[in-house]
Ligand binder design. Sequence first.
Ligand SMILES: [Zn+2]
Length: 464
Amino acid sequence: MAKLTFLGAAGCVTGSKYLVEAAGKKLLVDCGLFQGTDDLKQRNWSPLPVDPKTIDYLMLTHAHLDHTGWLPVLVRDGYNKSIFANPATIELVEILLKDSGHLQEEEAEDAQKRKWSKHPQPRALYTSADIDPVLRLLKAMPRSGGFDISPEFHVESYDAGHILGSSSLELTITENGKKNVVVFSGDVGRYDQPILNDPKTPAAKQIDLLLCESTYGDREHEAGDPLQLLGDIVNRVVKRGGSIVIPAFAIGRTQTFMYYLRELENLQRIPKVPVYVDSPMALSATDLYLKHKEDHDVEFTRDEQGGGDPLNVHEFHLARSVEESKQINNVKTPCIIISASGMVTGGRVLHHLAQRLGDARNCVILGGFQAEGTRGRALQEGAKTLNLFGQAVPVLAEIVEMGQFSAHAGKSELLRWLTGLQVPPKQTYLTHGEPQAAQALQQAITEKFKWKAAVARYLDSVEV
Ligand SMILES: [Zn+2]
């Protein structure tokens, strides 16, 4: 009997890992890092309940670290088989893991130097040296359509419209001549967003088990035209002589913001203020966004064919080195700074916020999901001070939440995606959501579709 075990993203939004066991083989889907609260992060240090040496195959839904960021530990602990992903995901994973290796090292060094860790001898979860062994195992599978991982496991991929390369995966398991189908939603993106295609629902004719993400299972994104709203903010802040800090990851949201800012400049709806993208990897990520045309929606293809450079603003500055990043502190006239991490858990955005949060003329735009326990969530919930580099920095800047820039489907978009399924799943488990969000989506599914649905529980196993 095939079974699936929730090794992460069950009761929380991070640490995605699902283990499928069938016909004497083990397949791991995603290998994400736990992020957010200390309790969650602690899980990154515990060995997997299954010996990585005994896992036979691994496949990835997309490149985000909460789906791939634990690969270096898994491989160091003995996993040495193929890691299947589509070409765009493979290229993004390389950028992301190298960056993550550096960040882990930097964080451990910083903790040691400034003594903010609870551990007397803080060490890195992994280092840059752990990345190459992972990259060597990455093997390409098609962007869309079918692929045989092994005689037991066949997968069909669908564009999930969440970030470049993101997929929903339909896994067919063959065991003793019998076929069972598991559908993994992966992270589902938004409909009618720029650059990427709309999410596509898998066309399975049989679904024995569905795992559906529920990041925004309990709420809708704010209504309103993102172009108009962003234009209003830029004009308002520039008028009062302030600057805008946008915590955003180099991959995905950075490109979305660049797209809208350029559009606003072209339409002459905002003044041409300097835009600083403070990330060594933003440019490589943007290049990948331009390169992988298979992921582009119709409008973006049209923009590109028109000869434009739709992801570039007029006064663009890229900060690669730490020195260039620090020089942005000297900019006293209005500017826009886009810098990671998106949930303010680390990265260069910390020093930009330390620099600019205390000035009421400035503005911080929160465009993505802010997980429990992160500084981003604290800002979202109206914190009066923010702990940065061991100091309580007063929050005087305007904080704006712009769900319109989220890369995740809102509640009704998740239901729209589910409506596209051609058969009702025999069982549905809600994953990748905080408890309240997962429960709300479970209720909505039960009411709307009358399916059997439950919230996934960490380390639980279910029969397929
Ligand atoms: Zn994601």
